[in-house]
Design a protein around this ligand. Sequence first.
Ligand SMILES: Nc1ncnc2c1ncn2[C@@H]1O[C@H](COP(=O)(O)OP(=O)(O)O)[C@@H](O)[C@H]1O
Ligand SMILES: [Mg+2]
Length: 274
Amino acid sequence: MSGSAYQDDRGNKDRSIANPDGQGSAVPEHKGGTRPAPGGPYLIGDSMTGGYGKGPDILHDCTISVEKGEIAVIVGPNGAGKSTAMKAVFGMLDLRGGAVRLDGEDISDLSPQDRVIKGMGFVPQTHNIFTSMSVEENLEMGAFIRRDDFRDTMAQVYDLFPILKEKRRQPAGELSGGQRQQVAVGRALMTQPKVLMLDEPTAGVSPIVMDELFDRIIEVARTGLPILMVEQNARQALEIADKGYVLVQGANAHTGTGKELLADEQVRRSFLGG
Ligand SMILES: Nc1ncnc2c1ncn2[C@@H]1O[C@H](COP(=O)(O)OP(=O)(O)O)[C@@H](O)[C@H]1O
Ligand SMILES: [Mg+2]
């Protein structure tokens, strides 16, 4: 994998996919007139506490964030609350404590759809494509909030994932696992998001396909699009991460740069197999 070779090579100004203005103009910005303090994380779920419906809290004072130009990675055991934390940041959970801020603005009360309009792209862990629709229809669905011509963005997605262009007329459900994940990521890119959230984008794919997907994710990050992602392939993911979080039982157990976590004795023993 090209991996850590990219660690110090972000900030490429080619923003062909990552439109820095995103679709944010569809919603008036900063209604309260309070401009955020500069320098905070671009997207943060800050001290989040909450669970599903009236059930027990799954997240306990959990914080995850991503800065501009970064890949931030969340790892941790099964059931640790990684997906729950992502859903909370995307607005699919009622938080009992904490806040979600995008570019300094408190968006805790916005619906997921309004967060998409604000510039968030989210690829959930499961059910992230429409299997009976063609690849191209999936991408068109991704552009649902756009009123403008999105053919250029579709061409960019096909440049990033050439196999999708080849298979554009095929039902997405007929594609391989890795190709379906490409559809899911491509669909999220169709809104020209300002930040991309991926929940286990390499789940269930072979090591070779995983490496390819990671390379594509790095390529997207290098266009200037910050990426917050959950990964079960902890070691490989931390190798490409600017920042990493280890979550355990809904709480932050370890936080650091990808390199720091990979070198941390306790993290290695408990989560990376020694
Ligand atoms: N829709 C749901 N309703 C109720 N509990 C859920 C739901 N989804 C997940 N949980 C519970 O939340 C906890 C964390 O799950 P999850 O966030 O999926 O973990 P991870 O993604 O780290 O594997 C688990 O105990 C799980 O059973
Ligand atoms: Mg999960």
